[in-house]
Ligand binder design. Structure first.
Ligand SMILES: NC(=O)c1ccc[n+]([C@@H]2O[C@H](COP(=O)([O-])OP(=O)(O)OC[C@H]3O[C@@H](n4cnc5c(N)ncnc54)[C@H](OP(=O)(O)O)[C@@H]3O)[C@@H](O)[C@H]2O)c1
Length: 224
């Protein structure tokens, strides 16, 4: 049985990924900030819900202890925050730092803690949900905090791929599309279901040869 670990699975893309993987017969380990409030997630059979704040190293360690030595085939670092408007003249540097902590350091905290679990699995895949807004070459001069946080995430994931090259692991960066969630807004282009379907296809077809690469949910390679 495939084991999939997903952070930020309380709502949005993470919740839909949990739903689809569980429906597919996978064992899903979900990390959420407040399990008591994760009613939709807890209603899905085949999902184990744990407390996880990816911005807090002690919380990541406690989550790892709760999961133990269980092999994890696919780790999906999905938890993220929008970072606010973050435009020149109004930059809130404390909020920028919080955004970096969740979006850039959070996925790497998870990757470091769960590396033995992923190494011990059959699939050995670590996926970070990034964004096309993290591509430096297409920076539009807005959303400074969010863009920088995803650019730093991309850089770190390429670093992990390089550090562990030859060990059979796959570090994949995926843009989920512009998705109708609390973060993407009601005017976004695609549903969480369509995004999660595409993400799962990309994850299924990826192997070590694609480690350190950045794609959209529909398979389009994205610029750095
Ligand atoms: N929606 C889009 O159009 C879009 C586009 C590009 C990339 N993305 C990326 O896709 C991922 C999922 O986004 P989404 O649209 O599903 O967003 P969302 O609906 O706002 O959900 C974000 C999830 O992340 C969780 N989270 C936030 N901070 C956390 C922390 N410190 N520790 C653990 N969990 C935390 C939230 O938990 P709570 O429920 O407890 O608040 C929530 O479950 C994010 O990485 C985002 O940057 C989204």
């Amino acid at each position: 049985m495939t084991t999939v670990l997903i952070s930020g699975a309380n709502r949005g893309i993470g919740l839909e990924l949990a739903r689809q993987y569980a429906a597919d017969g996978a064992r899903v380990i979900a990390g959420v900030r407040d399990p008591g409030a994760a009613l939709a997630l807890k209603a899905i059979s085949g999902v184990e819900v744990h407390t996880l704040d990816v911005a807090d190293e002690a919380s990541v360690q406690a989550f790892h202890q709760a999961v133990g030595e269980l092999p994890v085939d696919i780790l999906i670092a999905n938890a993220g925050v929008g970072g606010g408007r973050s435009v020149l003249g109004e930059l809130d540097f404390d909020r920028w730092l919080q955004t970096l902590n969740v979006n850039s350091l959070g996925p790497v905290r998870l990757a470091q803690a769960f590396l033995p679990n992923v190494k011990a699995s059959a699939d050995k895949k670590m996926v970070a949900i990034s964004s096309t807004l993290g591509s430096t070459s297409t920076h539009a001069g807005d959303m400074f905090a969010y863009r920088a946080s995803k650019a730093a995430l991309n850089n770190a994931w390429v670093g992990l791929a390089a550090a562990l090259k030859g060990e059979g692991l796959t570090f994949l960066l995926l843009h989920p599309g512009w998705v109708k969630t609390d973060m993407g807004g009601a005017g976004a282009q695609i549903t969480p279901a369509a995004s999660a379907e595409g993400l799962r296809e990309r994850i299924a077809e990826a192997g070590p040869a694609l480690s350190g690469r950045l794609f959209a949910y529909d398979g389009e390679p994205l610029p750095w």
